[in-house]
Design a protein around this ligand. Structure first.
Ligand SMILES: N[C@@H](CCC(=O)N[C@@H](CS)C(=O)NCC(=O)O)C(=O)O
Length: 338
């Protein structure tokens, strides 16, 4: 287990390692990995916010058939992510029991952690990339030939500077900031991180009070990256990571924004609250030694009216929402609001 396991958190300061395998899958195949339908397998955990970005993007862009997905058990063991949700505990396409086997095929004795999201080359079984920051940008801009009809432009060229700027702040203070708060082993370190989390949330609430989405009037990559943190906020970051000045559900603007996205096809239909809660509370035994998973929060509110459409906005721009979740990828009722 690596940085999201327990061992690495014995240190004084939490620091996130950089992705080691940063090859890119591109239209022109310049890293040796050309975009191709059915050639690669996206390995995720629905618990993981970084992997969940890719799960949402893939749905919004209609890449489900072109880039099939393997969902790991939310509970890692000491060999990291495993395919124990599949028959015989093996991914049916890659034939492996542990994601680590694909890492080993790529580089023997690689000393780093085995992380999701990961993209594996099916013919060779080798890991291609675990670079979660680049992966979704490439799905949006390099995989265009395989996008569904009506797919949104998640990274519009004329808005990239603004999107990048918002995403950088959201990454520092929120996406990664909640981890810094949660894994702090010193009071001052925790207080710094937690303060930054809520300062950023306050600023975002102000920004989103009068506009439906973070940048422009359509959904972009920036919304996906904020959503994957907000959806985990009350279930895990508020309690387990001690980001508890207030709950998401207590902030009218952000709670409505998060519900709006949750109810947009491609967002909420990918979320498994059961996987999320069991992963954080059971895997991080350093901060939750009993492994007890709380029963709350009540999820019913996620499906309540949000009224954000009154702000206007065109969620998919000139496109349209994705169709239903493919059979076999539906989140079980246990992980969804009743
Ligand atoms: N570790 C990744 C980021 C993604 C990530 O942290 N994923 C977590 C799950 S939320 C993971 O797989 N952790 C296990 C590990 O790093 O060993 C990276 O920095 O490249």
């Amino acid at each position: 287990m690596g940085e999201d396991g327990n061992r690495a958190y014995g240190h004084k300061t939490f620091s996130r390692s950089r992705s080691h395998f940063a090859d890119r899958i591109t239209a022109d195949g310049r890293d040796g990995w050309p975009v191709a339908a059915g050639r690669y397998r996206l390995v995720v955990s629905r618990a993981c916010p970084w992997a969940s970005r890719a799960v949402v993007s893939r749905r919004l862009l209609g890449l489900e058939e072109a880039l099939p997905m393997a969902v790991a058990d939310p509970i890692q063991d000491d060999r990291s992510w495993r395919f124990t949700l599949d028959p015989d505990g093996r991914d049916p396409v890659l034939g492996i029991r542990f994601l680590a086997e694909a890492y080993d095929k790529r580089e023997t004795d690689y000393p780093g952690g085995v992380s999701v999201p990961a993209v594996v080359d099916v013919p060779t079984g080798r890991l291609v990339t675990n670079d979660y920051q680049q992966l979704t940008l490439d799905l949006a801009t390099e995989w265009t030939a395989l996008h569904r009809e009506g797919a949104p432009d998640l990274y519009p060229r004329d808005r990239r500077d603004e999107i990048d700027a918002v995403m950088a702040e959201v990454y520092e203070d929120l996406n990664n900031g909640v981890y810094r708060a949660g894994f702090a082993t010193h009071q001052a370190e925790y207080e710094r991180a937690c303060t930054a989390v809520f300062r950023r949330l306050d600023a975002l609430a102000e920004r989103l009070a009068g506009q439906r989405y973070l940048v422009g009037d359509t959904i972009t990559e920036a919304d996906i990256r904020l959503f994957t943190t907000l959806v985990r906020f009350d279930p895990v970051y508020h309690g387990h990571f001690k980001c508890n000045r207030w709950k998401l559900a207590e902030n009218p603007v952000l709670w409505a924004y998060a519900r709006d996205l949750f109810q947009t096809p491609g967002f909420g239909d990918t979320v498994d609250f059961d996987h999320i809660k069991r992963h954080y509370y059971q895997v991080h035994s350093g901060i939750n030694p009993t492994g007890v998973v709380p029963l709350g929060p009540d999820l019913a509110g996620w499906t309540s009216p949000h009224h954000r459409e009154e702000l206007g906005g065109r969620p998919f721009g000139d496109g349209k929402p994705p169709g239903p979740v493919p059979e076999g990828e539906k989140v079980t009722p246990r992980g969804r609001p009743a």
